[in-house]
Design a binder for this molecule. Structure first.
Ligand SMILES: Nc1ncnc2c1ncn2[C@@H]1O[C@H](COP(=O)(O)OP(=O)(O)OP(=O)(O)O)[C@@H](O)[C@H]1O
Length: 254
């Protein structure tokens, strides 16, 4: 059984069809990139997968069960790490929020916090406050907090969109390493074609203003580039360039 199934999922908001019926499956451990122009419903699709909004039609199923609301098995990483973190709590205090919410005994907090901080390379910064860290480090804290939740699925909404190119590439590689280690299943929204291909096992391309002839789902493309991926070598592969051109055309530029 697929870990996540989108079965003719349609979403209307404010009386407007944002997402026309969309179907695809996600397998355990897969990295799914979701791409499309502004307003095509990427965030809405992710929010439906996390149980924050209900589908107007069809069903999203997690391990075969319809999603009816938020669950601790599904973590959500927001683009705006500044708003996601509590500025008056230290790094470890922010990570502890997930453990407090889960009712994890306080005696287990320290080990659990340091385990996830080691994973994201921030153990040495545990006592600092978010305001003392760079944007990339703050985003790592948010990811660590999600990992502390021990989710099965991680929804990431343009998590690196506000970061500079160097930081972004570093975090892309750190994320790929983490996913390879943990076998987490990830849905990752981005505006960036190269980021979508570089990270993804599969790319879901959406189009804005769906119609019966041109539904929301523009393309589902499998990325069969070798792993581990490499910022220089992968992006020079003829297959990478071919996928980039194909997606560019699907998204209406070609
Ligand atoms: N609660 C809401 N009520 C009414 N309309 C909404 C609501 N939330 C989002 N929308 C509209 O739905 C459309 C899709 O929004 P969504 O944020 O999912 O798009 P997106 O593809 O993630 O866009 P971006 O790339 O700009 O973040 C937009 O036109 C937005 O204005």
């Amino acid at each position: 059984m697929s870990i996540l199934e989108f079965d003719r999922v349609g979403i209307e908001l404010g009386g407007r069809e944002i997402l026309s019926p969309t179907s695809f499956h996600v397998e355990k451990g897969q990295f799914i990139s979701i791409i499309g122009p502004s307003g095509c419903g990427k965030t809405t699709l992710l929010r439906a997968s996390a149980g924050f909004v209900n589908a107007t039609g069809g069903e999203v199923r997690h391990n075969g069960r319809p999603i009816t609301g938020p669950s601790r098995e599904v973590a959500f990483v927001f683009q705006d790490y500044g708003r996601a973190l509590l500025p008056w709590r230290t790094v470890e205090g922010n990570v502890a929020l997930a453990l407090e919410a889960a009712g994890t005994p306080v005696s287990q907090h320290r080990d659990a916090i340091y385990e996830v901080l080691e994973t994201v390379g921030l153990a040495a910064h545990a006592k600092k406050f978010p305001g003392q860290l760079s944007g990339g480090m703050q985003q790592r804290v948010q990811i660590a907090r999600c990992l502390a939740q021990k989710p099965e699925l991680m929804m990431m909404d343009e998590p690196f969109g506000a970061l500079d190119a160097m930081t972004r590439e570093g975090l892309q590689d750190a994320l790929l390493e983490l996913v390879a280690k943990t076998r987490l299943t990830v849905l990752f929204v981005t505006h960036d074609l190269e980021e979508a291909i570089y990270l993804g096992d599969r790319v879901v391309a959406l189009r804005a203003n769906p119609t019966a002839q041109a539904p929301s789902l523009a393309a589902l493309i499998d990325v069969e580039l070798p792993k581990p991926r490499d910022q220089l070598a992968t992006k020079e592969e003829p297959e990478f360039l071919r996928l980039r051109r194909e997606l560019y055309q699907y998204l209406g530029h070609g």
